[in-house]
Design a protein. Structure first.
Lengths: 158, 248
């Protein structure tokens, strides 16, 4: 089971996600701001960080830059779980995948709790995942499919 | 085309149309949040089976969404009416603030925000459109309640209060958010509808409640203003005292 740092500004949504994570056996620490999330990661290294990009003051992207600027945090798996559709990052796949080491991009309004929980398992313990579902993989900078999708998986490791 | 050939009324209408569209976009973006909360509550209810608690939260979130839509519709209706048709009346600020607190209480509780109602001082009645003023304050309240926990405020307290200022009487909502400035509001007014976070220093969402309140207050001849009360920053409606009952 995973040690999760959840960067989610909305209290109501955060409580719901935390309940689902705990029900699944994960342990969660939650932050509302980029700065606090850095402190949480520093306090204890998580197995995965789940990030909303729309935050007050510093954005989720700024947090990711900050996180990846420390050599000891290069390997922490990152999942973006955001209200911003991935279509807006069509031209930034390389940045998200290679520079910021994002492993999945989940579009919040179209990602069920089940998909979120499954994505955590896939990222943290890929061996446990027996069945690959119909997710769309992006192999290179020219995706085979247009981007309007709820789950984008970057299949190259960091 | 020369500028002289464009009738001023048409220029005005075009301006209003753009603002209307931007307000609608802002509202649509904002609606994602309560609907998403409802969706996740329903999913979690199925996943862990505690449906009663989740149904209560669904009720609160649906109420927020509906009131915000109502506020938007009211602003549209008021904006389309002639100024003389808007029923300005002598309104008791205390009663408006009290009713606003009542309406905001469930969502404040859900977000863990403590609401404080301060009714110190005698302000007498103000001239306002009661429904519009109340709807504007409720919309503002939703925006601030949702924003407060996300902004790492030292205290999760929101104060509903009124005070006198050089422009008149300000009725508003105040919290420990020092990043809420007049410049941030000005910038937000320019950006709303065009960007996802027009008030990035205050809210992680679109903050549509602020702009719905702004539209309502504009339509009823009041103004939304950043103000300060008891060392807290906030947003308030600037109102004028009603002279009708002042001698009684």
């Amino acid at each position: 089971m995973a040690e999760i740092v959840l960067l989610e500004p909305d209290t109501v949504l955060a409580d719901l996600y935390i309940k689902a994570f705990i029900h699944q056996g994960h342990s969660v620490r939650r932050s509302v701001s980029a700065q606090d999330a850095v402190f949480l990661v520093d306090e204890k290294l998580p197995d995965i960080v789940i990030v909303e990009l729309q935050l007050v003051a510093h954005s989720g992207i700024e947090f990711l830059y900050e996180l990846r600027s420390y050599s000891e945090w290069q390997e922490i798996p990152i999942v973006i779980h955001s209200c911003i559709p991935p279509t807006e990052f069509t031209n930034s796949v390389k940045l998200l995948r290679d520079k910021l080491g994002v492993q999945k991009y989940l579009y919040k309004p179209q990602t069920s709790l089940q998909t979120l929980l499954r994505s955590i398992t896939e990222v943290v313990s890929p061996d446990e995942v027996l069945h690959q579902t119909a997710e769309i993989y992006m192999d290179n900078d020219s995706p085979r499919y247009p981007i309007p999708m709820s789950v984008v998986t970057f299949n190259q490791p960091i | 085309m020369s500028e002289a050939k464009i009738h001023p009324v048409l220029i005005g209408m075009a301006g209003t149309g753009v603002q209307t569209e931007k307000l609608f976009l802002s509202l649509a973006e904002q609606m994602k949040l309560p609907l998403l909360q409802i969706l996740k509550q329903a999913e979690l209810g199925v996943l862990i089976g505690n449906s009663t608690e989740h149904l209560k939260q669904v009720h609160v979130n649906a109420d927020v969404a509906l009131k915000l839509i109502d506020g938007y519709l009211l602003s549209m209706r008021l904006a389309s009416e002639e100024a003389y048709a808007i029923e300005q009346e002598a309104v008791s600020l205390s009663s408006v603030l009290y009713d606003t607190a009542q309406q905001l209480h469930p969502i404040a509780e859900l977000y863990g925000v403590k609401l404080e109602l301060t009714l110190n001082g005698k302000y007498g009645p103000v001239t306002a459109h009661r429904q519009g003023l109340q709807s504007a304050l409720v919309s503002l309240g939703y925006a601030l309640i949702e924003a407060l926990p996300a902004s790492n405020a030292p205290q999760l307290k929101l104060e509903l209060a009124a005070h006198r200022c050089r422009y008149g009487i300000v009725a508003g909502l105040y919290a420990d958010v020092d990043r809420l400035t007049a410049e941030a509001l000005r910038q937000g007014r320019r950006l709303f509808g065009d960007t996802r976070q027009p008030l990035p220093a205050l809210s992680h969402s679109g903050g549509a409640g602020v702009f719905v309140a702004d539209a309502i207050l504009n339509a009823i001849g009041a103004r939304l203003k950043v103000s300060h009360h008891n060392k807290r920053s906030g947003l308030g409606a600037v109102l004028q005292a009603n002279p009708q009952l002042q001698l009684v």
